[in-house]
Unconditional design. Structure first.
Length: 245
């Protein structure tokens, strides 16, 4: 027996928090009856409906994907652009991306059908490091690195403390390559941080998500996460959240 909201989230319908709202609003049925009690537990044989649509339970799956540039982090696109799920046609489960990477950003992206897992990793209370390598126009120095690390004031608020280091500087071409580690997920955050400091971004790649790296992978490749990797990601999120408290 499992809590109803957890089953809905694991089926990939929505996050656990949103599932709780749907239950409270009377939009969920179990065996044909409306359920509004959040403590309700269900078995595998129970028939669940959300907004009149049966919930199809799937075994949870977890993938690390090397997202190429020119691909959107969505399950589909009304403009006809290629979406990350276009690379997963051979997968029977209905996976979706955990968070997003910009259209013109490449690198590590997780996909799953486990809404509860995705919600934990994306929620602001949980801190999972994301490591980016950025190629920018301009010559970075120690002062600008310190500004990145202290947090940059954007139009939607100041970014949290980060870690940054200069990998290389090309004085002739006036370009710099910088590694930046953040745990937030504001819209186009890395790009806006550099541009706010006067360093237009030319190329961006997410090298690592948590402890997961793209070693041996090419753009468009994906691999299924091992059980211990999924467990470690969950534990890392919980640990970071505990530290915050």
């Amino acid at each position: 027996m499992e809590r109803l909201q957890k089953v809905i989230a694991q089926a990939g319908v929505t996050s656990r928090r949103k599932a709780e709202t749907l239950i409270e609003e009377g939009r969920v049925k179990v065996n044909g009856k409306v359920v509004t009690e959040l403590g309700t537990k269900v078995s595998e044989r129970c028939k669940i409906e959300v907004n009149g649509i049966p919930v199809e339970r799937e075994e949870p799956v977890y993938f690390l994907f090397y997202k190429p540039t020119g691909v959107i982090s969505s399950v589909e696109d009304d403009k006809g652009r290629k979406a990350v799920t276009d690379y997963f046609h051979e997968i029977e489960e209905r996976v979706f991306p955990v968070g997003r990477l910009d259209y013109d950003t490449s690198g590590a992206l997780l996909l799953t059908n486990d809404g509860d897992f995705a919600n934990k990793l994306m929620h602001p209370s949980y801190h999972v490091d994301k490591v980016y390598v950025a190629k920018v126009k301009g010559l970075m120095n120690k002062e600008t690195i310190q500004k990145l690390e202290r947090g940059v004031q954007l139009e939607d608020g100041k970014t949290s403390k980060a870690r940054a280091r200069i990998l290389s500087v090309d004085k002739q071409k006036e370009k710099s390559i910088v590694e930046l580690t953040i745990h937030e997920g504001k819209n186009r955050q890395v790009r806006r941080m550099f541009e706010t400091l006067g360093f237009p971004l030319q190329k961006l790649k997410r090298e690592r998500y948590g402890f997961l790296e793209l070693t041996g992978m090419n753009p468009g490749d994906y691999r299924e996460l091992k059980p211990f990797e999924v467990k470690q990601l969950r534990n890392q999120a919980v640990t970071q959240n505990s530290k915050k408290r």
